[in-house]
Design a protein around this ligand. Structure first.
Ligand code: NA7
Length: 543
């Protein structure tokens, strides 16, 4: 509490989502002073902003939760297999209260500028409340999917009715009863919200640019038995998620490729996972992300399901994805998405064939057709992974900005630091498994690594740590090389920055797997932070 008014902190953390909260908790444990700045009025990050109808995590609740506190994981009762957004936000608030985090978090405040003072090895941080503080370290816990992007659609500002973005949903309840609602975008957010909105609205018009693959969630209430099973098995489940799972999720690891099985056997396996529901559909086989022919078998299975579910053949055809390998855009997890198009009050509009020409005061016009609407929902996604960082004016050595440095795409060493920006850490940054993993597993790993690094620096009287250019270049090359051995770069995905006009096309996350990645990070630390340059603190002068 004392440090609240001080102008200097050991660490400034940007963002009070799951990354910022755990970082703060660890810093406290190390006896370091910290201030967290959060632009929202509460904790939770992406779960604070994404309040759209039907919002859920696509990782199961019992796994999408912190593991750092035994008590926490035993006392919190998740109600459903996939927690709805309000419950995840409640959990974030519970964590903030339980660990007394709020007293070091300043809400409603953006970090606008951070400049490194090379002479003093200090960051000067300016915030939106007009104040300035200094800190030895800055940690960017700014999140990967929290920077909602408003699309450049002509006339959008002229629309008379309300316009909502799924990623920036109002705090008050939105009632669509009796309204004609247009939803633009069919990624996870569109796919989760359309069925819920369709139950309430008079009519829903879905504007689809790219048809997406989606797997049923099979959401259900969690039973006491299920919760107990998880709790009893948590040590192994968490260990597996950290060390063995590619994506930080406890599941069976496939030992066969899709083409190793005959047609019937393969179909039966896909069917079993389809019935089970959720993300593990993509780990039926070990080569779905690697081999086009293998991938086709999974894609065809899902295509057949869509045709089975959707009654109108023309609509079914439009909803059938064809332009990219399954899984290379993030797979969607839905509840009744495809079946929703059997409702009489839901219409699908193909804006690939007939792009939106403009929005008028009362309609969206595409292909010369006016679709009359009372409200618009933009489910158009995020400037992912780098968008929130890019909004901050970050200046490292020689006044170079991070945006200048990342103009051709983000460059990091291990996703943790960028050369030329000493004492600046990123949590789940580009170049780390991040969005290809269970985010909480990756967050905990980064926060623990950074915490250990700070202890090392303290014990060894190190004033500044910085990624070396050479190590960074090698890491960037490695990240690219691993990605290009997969089918992922084939899709126009937000992983590739392809959803933002003008954004460099680079596969941003590290696809080598959370287990191997953790090992690499641990090895680097064990070798005295290999690839990082350390500046010694000046020895105290003798008097
Ligand atoms: P996504 O996955 O980026 O989806 C955005 C959707 O909006 C997608 O269907 C886009 O079509 C569409 N889109 C984007 N811009 C436009 C414009 N200008 N006009 C028409 N349609 C557009 O975002 P989500 O919020 O659904 O999900 C993001 C992640 O959050 C998700 O993967 C989970 O990890 C959680 P496109 O496919 O680009 O043709």
């Amino acid at each position: 509490a004392e440090s609240a008014d001080a102008a200097h902190f050991d660490v400034v953390v940007v963002g009070a989502g799951f990354a910022g909260m755990y970082m703060l908790h660890r810093l406290r444990g190390l006896g370091l002073s910290a201030r967290v700045y959060e632009q929202g009025s509460g904790v939770g990050g992406t779960w604070y902003w994404n309040r759209y109808p039907g919002a859920r995590c696509d990782v199961e609740s019992m796994q999408y939760s912190y593991s750092f506190s035994e008590e926490l994981q035993h006392e919190w009762n998740w109600s459903e297999r996939y927690a709805p957004q309000p419950e995840i936000l409640q959990y974030a608030n519970h964590v903030a209260d339980r660990f007394g985090l709020r007293r070091d978090i300043q809400f409603d405040t953006r970090v606008e500028r951070a400049a490194f003072d090379e002479r003093r090895n200090l960051w000067q941080v300016a915030t939106s409340d007009g104040k300035a503080v200094t800190a030895r370290f800055v940690v960017l816990a700014t999140g990967c999917l929290s920077n909602a992007r408003k699309p450049d659609i002509r006339g959008l500002d002229r629309f008379k009715g309300p316009v909502y973005h799924t990623g920036h949903w109002p705090h008050h309840p939105v009632d669509f009863t009796g309204l004609r609602v247009g939803v633009i975008g069919t990624g996870s957010s569109g796919i989760q919200s359309v069925p819920v909105i369709a139950e309430q609205a008079k009519h829903v018009t879905v504007f689809q640019r790219t048809a997406q693959f989606s797997i049923p969630a099979r959401n259900a209430k969690l039973t006491d038995e299920e919760r107990s099973w998880f709790r009893a098995n948590y040590p192994e489940i968490r260990r597996f998620a950290r060390e063995e799972a590619k994506n930080g999720i406890y599941t069976e690891l496939p030992d066969r490729g899709a083409l190793d099985d005959g047609d019937n056997e393969r179909r039966a396996k896909y069917e079993a996972r389809w019935q089970h529901g959720g993300l593990t559909f993509m780990s039926v086989y070990n080569n779905l992300a690697l081999d086009q022919a293998a991938n086709d078998t999974a894609a065809d299975f899902v295509r057949d399901k869509i045709v089975e579910i959707v009654r109108d053949p023309a609509t079914a055809k439009l909803l059938t994805p064809g332009s990219y390998p399954i899984g290379t855009k993030r797979i969607c997890i839905d509840t009744d998405y495809f079946a929703t198009f059997n409702r009489p009050n839901v219409t699908l509009v193909d804006i690939k064939a007939d792009p939106i020409e403009e929005v008028t005061a009362t309609a969206v016009r595409s292909g010369g057709n006016e679709h009359e609407l009372d409200a618009l929902v933009l489910a158009t996604g995020f400037d992912a992974m780098t968008g929130s960082v890019a909004k901050i004016d970050i200046r490292g050595r020689d006044g170079q900005t991070l945006n200048q440095k990342w103009a051709e795409g983000p460059r990091t060493y291990l996703g943790l630091m960028s050369a030329g920006f000493p004492n600046l850490f990123v949590i789940t940054g580009p170049g780390s498994p991040s969005v290809l993993s269970n985010m909480i597993v990756s967050i905990e790993q980064h926060v623990d690594w950074i915490s250990d690094c700070l202890v090392y620096m303290r014990d060894n009287a190190v004033a500044a740590i910085e990624a070396e250019e050479d190590a960074e270049s090698k890491w960037v090359a490695h990240v690219n090389e691993v990605a290009s051995a997969t089918l992922y770069p084939q899709a126009d995905s937000w992983y590739m920055g392809a959803n933002i006009p003008g954004k460099p096309r680079i596969f941003m996350p590290y696809i080598g797997g959370v287990g191997p990645y953790r090992q690499i990070c641990n090895d680097v630390a064990a070798r005295g932070y290999e690839g990082f340059a350390m500046t010694a603190a000046e020895a105290p002068r003798k008097v």
